[in-house]
Design a protein around this ligand. Sequence first.
Ligand SMILES: Nc1ncnc2c1ncn2[C@@H]1O[C@H](COP(=O)(O)OP(=O)(O)OP(=O)(O)O)[C@@H](O)[C@H]1O
Ligand SMILES: [Mg+2]
Length: 357
Amino acid sequence: MTDSRVRDGPPPGRDRSSGRADPSAGGAAPQGQAAVVATGLTRRFGDVVAVNNVSFAVARGEIFALLGPDGAGKTTTLRMLVGAIAPTNGTVVIDGIDIARDPEAVHAQVAYMPQRFSLYEDLTVRENLDFYADLFDVARDVRAERAQRLLEFSGLTAFTDRLGGNLSGGMRQKLALACALIHDPNVLLLDEPTAGVDPVSRREFWRILYELNRRGATILASTTYMDEADRCTTVGLLYAGELIATEDPGALRGRLHGEVVEFVAEPRATARRIVAALPGVRSFTLVGNRFHLVVENAAATIPVLTKRLSTQAVQVENMGTIPPSLEDVFVSVIEERRGAEPRAPWRGPSAGAGAHG
Ligand SMILES: Nc1ncnc2c1ncn2[C@@H]1O[C@H](COP(=O)(O)OP(=O)(O)OP(=O)(O)O)[C@@H](O)[C@H]1O
Ligand SMILES: [Mg+2]
């Protein structure tokens, strides 16, 4: 099943037991109002500027990816969004409410899944849910039904009595999500929710997110995975504390400066030397023996490259141009901002386990 399939069709409306209006039918906040608005968010830790003047808006019903490498400022941004830390400068407005003015009202609307979600290892799945229901003052009369719905939804029904400490990585993240949703919030703020989860469980987790979105939830998820950003309606590229682009994945691809050439070559050490010395190459990565180059002009580069490789007796297969990935765009946008260092490869987890040369 493709993930896009579950995104189609009309939203069925939310849990009626909360008494909250169906957001997909124009509920709590006025129509057209953004669910999350960050304006000029800055956070310093001593001399470190973790987040620098970041502004963005997440429209209601969107799935927004905050994409950036380790240390980019994702967690710091999310912590400011939920009011866990105060910004040095800037404001956060969620569902029309300024978090600095009324944090309690914002917390009622928001599910926050921190990067290191604390599950109680010695409590069962159901007991963990109960604990969070207590924490959020979920009314007794809706609690059991809601817990049941969340367990079914996240595929945990069969594991209700399993201890938190005995869950697999993927199950833990699903339980963490279920706990974050126990008070029936509209806006989901998730900090790397699939970090360290196997690819099958990641897909499953995203299927759950799409379903929540289809039912009216607005989702902001941070990620270091390019393929996850690709599943979202909007991608914010966060790099060294700055939001360097905010666009839909397709539009972002259009920002690539250059073209992408791929090929397989052996021996790769020789091929690597040739590629590194080739004019017109903006960046390259090497995964196994597969080379991936962003070049200024493929038609100009390919003949020169082919000739040099053949002169050095390098065996080449499947050389051709391919559509750019978000990763290519990321590197390109970063280079544009740096104005130099054209060959630093992206080292995100999706770049083939960081295998560069
Ligand atoms: N409490 C803190 N005190 C000092 N520096 C901090 C603190 N929290 C974060 N930083 C620094 O701020 C920067 C951004 O960190 P942050 O955790 O927000 O990044 P991140 O994008 O979430 O990274 P990761 O992908 O590793 O989770 C880093 O340089 C980090 O070392
Ligand atoms: Mg983080």
